[in-house]
Structure formats: structure tokens, C-alpha cells
Design a protein around this ligand. Structure first.
Ligand SMILES: C[S@@+](CC[C@H](N)C(=O)[O-])C[C@H]1O[C@@H](n2cnc3c(N)ncnc32)[C@H](O)[C@@H]1O
Length: 246
């Protein structure tokens, strides 16, 4: 089994990855971000939607939203969140490596570092090709990751995150393959017990991800440093790459 297929990983570490504060910040971004401002009624695919932190506010804004994820637990959480918010969305279980719906969307989003999960570089390119296929002509793909240039400024320091129930998570990063990939080891400590898991994903500089978008057929490719639409530089919080299907 590949690490990303481990449903228990996503559910066990959900309190760290998807705390209530992230749901609030996703809602605020959908309300204010120039990069998430689409024509009314746009068909939006949230690829790797997780528990629906973006699906809910996007559907609430009136977009025609589809969420796709591989984890049944994440999809159940997304379903529950949509129901609680009265936000209508289609939720599908699929693998981003193979999922396409030709011409079905005006926008494809892949956010919060949900890209670069496949060991073979060609498979990550295939995800971009699939998104290209799933877009109608003129449609947009946005991929949001942590950029390699920014990560290089603080990587190496272990990070501990306290959780509301008194448990905590320690994250340690290890650079692999001459900065091509990154492994993050997570340890969840609850009382006297500890649970560990590792996430290994590709790291991209702005130039590398820009080139990958072009290899997948995207045009007008641009890089941003955050959802406010700012330029990408050494102070950026995120690396967001956007391209268009001609
Ligand atoms: C870091 S989480 C981000 C979730 C969401 N985008 C967010 O902003 O909260 C990554 C998500 O990708 C999903 N995932 C991992 N591998 C996948 C794959 N091969 N195909 C589809 N989804 C996948 C996981 O189940 C998880 O929900």
C-alpha cells in the first residue's frame, strides 16, 4: 500500500491537519481571494478535497462543486460538513492518478499540499494532464503547495503542535533525493501512547511547477505567493500555480 492510501493516516492526524481554525480560514479565503473569484455558477472540482473545508464555502457561494478524494473517511466528513452547512456538492471517491471527467469543469483546485504524492515523477505530471482533460476550454487549474525556496528557509526544525484534548503531534522533516522530495514524520502522542506515520511528497520550486504545468499543456501559467494574489518571493506563505486550458 502507498502511504497516501492509508485511510487511518488521514483520520488519525485529522485534528492536526484540519482543525476548526482551518475551516474558518478556508471560508474567509473563498469569500475574499481574487484567485477563488469565479463567474457565477462555475463548475468547480476540488481535487483531493479532504473533509470539505473548501467544498462547503465554495458550494455556499453558489458554484457547482464536485469534491474528489481517495479516503472514505475524509469523504464521510465532507458529506457531513456539507449537510450541516446546507451546502450542496457532489462527492466522489477516486484516485487523482486516474480520475478524469473530460471537459466537465471550469475550474480545478488542488489545495493545501495535495500534489506530488506519487513516487514516479511522471505520475505527478499525469495528475496535471488529467486536470487538463477535465477542464472545458478556457478552464483554470490552481495547485497550492509549499514552495521549495520558502521551505529551505526554515526546514530542519522539528515542530510540535498541541491539540485541544491534551495530545500533541511532533513533525520532523527530512530532505530526500537532493531536494527533489521531502519526508515528514508525524508522531501523535496521547498520554503514554504514540502513533507514527510518514508522508513523502515531491517538492517544487516555482520554476519546476511552472514547467510541469506547461508540459501538461497549460498556457498563461502564473505563480502566486498566496491566495491574496501576491507575487511569489522568499516571504511567501504558499506557492500557488495557475494555468489555463486553451
Ligand atoms: C493534505 S490533505 C488536503 C485536503 C484538502 N485539500 C484541504 O485543503 O483540507 C490531502 C488529501 O488528499 C487525499 N488524497 C491522497 N492521495 C490521493 C489520491 N491519490 N487521490 C485522491 N485523493 C488523495 C487525502 O485523502 C487527503 O484528504
Amino acid at each position: 500500500m502507498h502511504w497516501y492510501e492509508d485511510d487511518a493516516l488521514w483520520s488519525d492526524f485529522a485534528p492536526t491537519m484540519f482543525p476548526p481554525a482551518r475551516a474558518e480560514s478556508a471560508a474567509a479565503l473563498v469569500a475574499s481571494s481574487p484567485l477563488l473569484d469565479f463567474p457565477p455558477g462555475s463548475r468547480v472540482l476540488d481535487l483531493c478535497c479532504g473533509p470539505g473545508l473548501f467544498v462547503v464555502p465554495l458550494a455556499g457561494r453558489g458554484y457547482d462543486v464536485t469534491g474528489v478524494d481517495l479516503s472514505p473517511t475524509m469523504l464521510d466528513a465532507a458529506r457531513a460538513a456539507c449537510k450541516a452547512a446546507g451546502a450542496p456538492a457532489r462527492l466522489e471517491r477516486a484516485d487523482m492518478l486516474t480520475y478524469t471527467e473530460p471537459g466537465a469543469f471550469d475550474v480545478v483546485l488542488n489545495v493545501f499540499t495535495s500534489f506530488g504524492y506519487f513516487e514516479a515523477a511522471k505520475d505527478n505530471l499525469q495528475v496535471l494532464r488529467n486536470a487538463h482533460d477535465s477542464l472545458a476550454p478556457g478552464g483554470l487549474l490552481l495547485v497550492d503547495v509549499m514552495g521549495k525556496e520558502v521551505l529551505a528557509g526554515w526546514i530542519g526544525r522539528p515542530k510540535a503542535v498541541d491539540l485541544p484534548d491534551g495530545s500533541y503531534v511532533v513533525q520532523r522533516d527530512t530532505v530526500l533525493d537532493s531536494w527533489r522530495r521531502l519526508r515528514t514524520d508525524w508522531t501523535l502522542v496521547s498520554g503514554a501512547s504514540a502513533r507514527t506515520a510518514s508522508i513523502t511528497s515531491w517538492l517544487y520550486s516555482a520554476a519546476e511547477l511552472h514547467a510541469l504545468f506547461e508540459s501538461a499543456g497549460f498556457t498563461g501559467v502564473e505563480c502566486f505567493g498566496g491566495f491574496d494574489g501576491s507575487g511569489y518571493d522568499q516571504r511567501s506563505n504558499r506557492l500557488i500555480v495557475r494555468g489555463r486550458r486553451s
